[in-house]
Design a protein around this ligand. Structure first.
Ligand code: FES
Length: 241
């Protein structure tokens, strides 16, 4: 165990933890948009910046990536942190000026309007946090979408912007998306998964007991092979098993 100081509190931490993990464990709030505890951190949104003090100097670091160190002093709400975090929020708001989640988060930080103009489309919802890409790759193990292109053309997309054959319609990308940029809707026997630049439809499997449609057939087949179970097992939905 090591000892560090966050916002004046002396805290114990395991050497492999990040500042963000230790802060959250101890009830210290740091805003994040691209972090999920079950996915590898990526450091995309920069909202989790904190100020660290080491060897008589201070600097800003992303707390979701920065590992704790013995004797480290951290401030999560210094004026330097607040000012930089507000500027990051302004950039996000300039990109996603109509997005509800971004507008609410910005407002909670006292940012109501971006002070510069976006080169992006007005209706952009994606903040390029990469949570959807990491969930698909690290949890579902399908890598159906990825971050492609550079600069202002950077976006999340399936290969060639075509419905990806690797996508099984599980909707993990939609669940983790912090801004609702990836939408999922079940209509009768069809699931629709879509973002601004792509869309895929899936036929849903019907439960033999209750008759409800409960999961895309492609997802059921994927789970069946992974778990080495018979098709009979998946003919019934989890609620009726
Ligand atoms: S949560 Fe750390 S950079 Fe997004």
């Amino acid at each position: 165990m090591i000892t560090l100081n966050i916002d004046g509190k002396k805290l114990k931490a395991k050497g492999e933890q990040t500042i963000l993990e230790v802060a959250r464990e101890n009830g210290i709030d740091i805003p994040t948009l691209c972090y999920h505890e079950n996915l590898a951190p990526y450091g995309a949104c920069r909202l989790c910046i904190v100020e660290i003090f080491k060897n008589g100097r201070s600097r800003l670091v992303t707390s979701c990536l920065y590992p704790v160190e013995e004797g480290l002093e951290v401030k999560t709400n210094s004026s330097r942190v607040i000012n930089n975090r507000k500027m990051i929020m302004e950039l996000l708001l300039a990109r996603c000026s109509k997005n509800k989640a971004i507008k609410e988060l910005a407002s909670s930080m006292g940012v109501e309007q971006p002070s510069f103009k976006s080169e992006y489309l007005e209706d952009e919802d994606c903040i390029l946090c990469g949570l959807c890409v990491r969930a698909c790759e690290q949890v579902v193990e399908r890598s159906a979408i990825s971050l492609v292109n550079r600069g202002v053309k950077r976006e999340v997309a399936p290969p060639f912007l075509e419905p990806s054959p690797s996508c099984i319609g599980c909707g993990s990308c939609s669940y983790v998306c912090p801004t609702g940029a990836i939408k999922m809707e079940d209509r009768e026997d069809t699931r629709i998964l879509c973002a601004r630049n792509w869309k895929k439809e899936f036929k849903l499997q019907k439960c033999k007991v209750c008759g409800n449609y409960w999961a895309p057939e492609e997802q059921v087949e994927y789970m069946r092979k992974k778990a080495n179970l018979t098709l009979d097992f998946f003919n019934v939905c989890p609620n009726c098993r």
